[in-house]
Design a protein around this ligand. Structure first.
Ligand SMILES: [Zn+2]
Length: 249
């Protein structure tokens, strides 16, 4: 154990603040340089809690899991929802969830889901965070203009998207109800015959070579979701959708 210097404490505090603010770009937040600590420097002596004597979380003690659900509005789903979709924005929840990144750090992400599965999914993500299952990104598909292809290519984990069933031009996917979620899409691609989506997922069609982020039948991720009533697309026979969990509509 080594002692924390004042600079290290300031840096650690800013690093945690960056984590709490979320990492929407997907890149790990750079550790702030100790010499550039305007937030700490400007807080002034009158601000309580600014003392360097305060305990600061270290890399070995990541923040506690946070899972918060609020009612979604049309502003949360500007591209992923349109009139005629099977559920309206008022039936959706916007979840803010702590997740464990591939960078071995905690992040906050956002997931849009049907209200009926919100609490169950908070518990699922609490389990994934506890188990340090790595998630690349956790952003609404609206961050990708509602494009499932773009979201998948980014290795993003998302749920609600009012769109047809993959590989079809008609019928609503369970994602249209906010009751399906795709997890780590590159590590867990959609495979139908020779079609692999996203294309970057091709190296992960070899499911026997287990790498971080991959989901397997019976593993901790599979158990976390199926315990809460979800079924896994990797258990399907006509095709394999390894990224996909869905709840009955
Ligand atoms: Zn899916």
């Amino acid at each position: 154990m080594r002692r924390w210097t004042q600079y290290q404490l300031a840096g650690a505090t800013l690093a945690v603040a960056a984590l709490l603010a979320g990492c929407a770009g997907g890149e790990p937040a750079a550790r702030p340089e100790p010499a550039r600590t305007p937030a700490a420097a400007s807080s002034g002596p009158s601000v309580p809690g600014a003392s360097p004597a305060d305990p600061a979380p270290s890399a070995s003690s990541p923040p506690a899991f946070r899972g918060v659900a609020v009612n979604a509005t049309a502003a949360d789903v500007p591209r992923s929802w349109r009139s005629g979709c099977p559920v309206g924005p008022e039936q959706l929840s916007r979840l803010t969830l702590t997740y464990w990144g591939f960078d071995a750090r905690a992040h906050d992400g956002t997931l849009i889901v049907h209200r009926s599965v919100a609490q169950g999914l908070i518990t699922v993500f609490q389990t994934l965070y506890r188990d340090r299952f790595p998630i690349r990104l956790l952003e609404p598909v609206d961050a990708y203009d509602g494009s499932d292809d773009a979201s998948m290519a980014a290795d993003n984990t998302s749920a609600f998207n009012c769109r047809p069933i993959t590989g079809s031009t008609s019928g609503f996917s369970v994602h249209s109800y906010g009751k399906a979620i795709d997890v780590d899409t590159v590590e867990n691609p959609y495979v139908k015959g020779t079609l692999v989506q996203p294309p970057a997922g091709k190296p992960f069609t070899n499911r026997a070579n287990v790498r971080p982020g991959m989901i397997r039948h019976g593993d901790r991720v599979w158990r976390a979701f199926t315990t809460h009533g979800f079924t896994w697309g990797g258990d399907w026979h006509s095709l394999k959708d390894y990224q996909h969990f869905e709840f009955p509509i």
